[in-house]
Ligand binder design. Structure first.
Ligand code: MG
Length: 343
């Protein structure tokens, strides 16, 4: 088999800011292709996030090493996925998006060789699930425009973590009185600030609070959870399955992202370990094309909450395949592998 890759720009429809990072409307991404000796191609996307120590350059630097680790010269054996992922993980401990792109490409290739969708490889079947749609941090006028554009989505996830949170949330609640509202502070609050905002969040009927505090503030999370009637979900605090046991008791659930945990198999392992700790499980994403989102959708039947709108935020998506309908419902497909086509 042979591993090749290309770097391309993804353009979001609007600038997309979160509490810990302002983001330009264009961001580079890496597409990985693994071709086997029969001509099948497995594809994966590496959505590199500087917060987790990655850029397209670090991804590009590692991919040739991963190619070597999986024995790119050897014939591909779809039954050795676990060993191939382990070989990639032994090459480098961190760099999860780079590893995840190879994991996705290997799973895509295995599904294509066996003629089944990746979800079938795990004994899953498509379920009726609806994703939230994310509203970034912006001026009240722009947020109002975004809410109007998101009219068909029944669940909104609102990025918070600015001095205007209370004002913005009250405005959103007025504009969208019937939608489910979730908030994500991306580590942007202090315990004191979060406690002060709790009555506003409860008043607005917010149903989930994601990553309110700095990622290592477990005591703060525990205290906030004791005071909050709204469930708290760990995202930045929970990178891999190993983080889960010490978060139990501090949060109500975790947000799994394939590009954050490093592989599809690690994501499945996180689901199992979270369930063992009676935690709610959310499946999230980065700003990714349908190629990246399709890898996560394979896991959607395993989780409680889905936030897979990364490709829905793009101005143009170079891939078609599994994704979100205009009303946020997750669309699976029966095509082998990840079910993605380059358009
Ligand atoms: Mg988050």
């Amino acid at each position: 088999m042979r591993l090749t890759f290309e770097i391309q720009d993804l353009r979001t429809r609007h600038a997309f800011h979160i509490a810990r990072a302002a983001a330009p409307p264009t961001r580079p991404t890496v597409w990985v292709r693994i071709t086997d000796d029969e001509g099948h191609e497995g594809w994966g996307e590496a959505s590199a996030s500087p917060y987790y120590g990655e850029t397209v350059d670090t991804v590009a630097a590692l991919l040739p090493r991963f190619a070597e680790a999986i024995g790119a010269a050897e014939p591909f054996d779809p039954l050795r996925l676990e060993a191939l992922e382990a070989a990639v993980a032994r090459t480098v401990r961190r760099n999860p998006a780079a590893r995840a792109s190879v994991s996705a490409a290997l799973h895509d290739l295995a599904g294509k060789r066996l003629g089944v969708p990746v979800w079938t490889l795990w004994g899953l079947s498509p379920q009726a699930v609806t994703s939230s749609f994310t509203i970034g941090i912006d001026s009240p006028e722009r947020v109002r425009e975004r809410i109007a554009e998101a009219a068909e989505y029944p669940i909104l996830k609102v990025k918070v973590g600015t001095p205007r949170d209370a004002e913005i949330l009250a405005m959103i609640r007025t504009e969208a009185p019937d939608k489910k509202l979730r908030v994500d502070a991306n580590t942007g609050w202090t315990v004191k600030g979060a406690l002060r905002l709790l009555p506003v969040l409860e008043e607005c009927g917010v149903e989930l609070i994601e990553e309110p505090l700095p990622a290592d503030d477990h005591d703060g999370l525990r205290l906030l959870r004791e005071r909050s009637t709204i469930p708290i979900i760990a995202d930045e605090s929970c990178r891999t399955a190993d983080d889960i046991p010490r978060l139990a008791g501090c949060v109500d659930g975790i947000n799994i992202k394939v590009a954050k945990c490093g592989s599809l198999r690690e994501a499945v392992r996180m689901v199992h370990i979270a369930r063992a700790h009676r935690l709610r499980v959310m499946l999230g994403c980065m700003v990714e094309s349908t190629l990246g989102i399709a890898a996560s959708i394979q896991l959607a039947p395993l989780v409680d909450d889905v936030d897979l709108d990364g490709a829905a935020l793009l101005a143009d998506d170079p891939f078609t395949g599994p994704g979100l309908e205009r009303d946020g419902r997750i669309r699976f497909n029966d095509a082998p592998g990840l079910g993605v086509q380059r358009s």
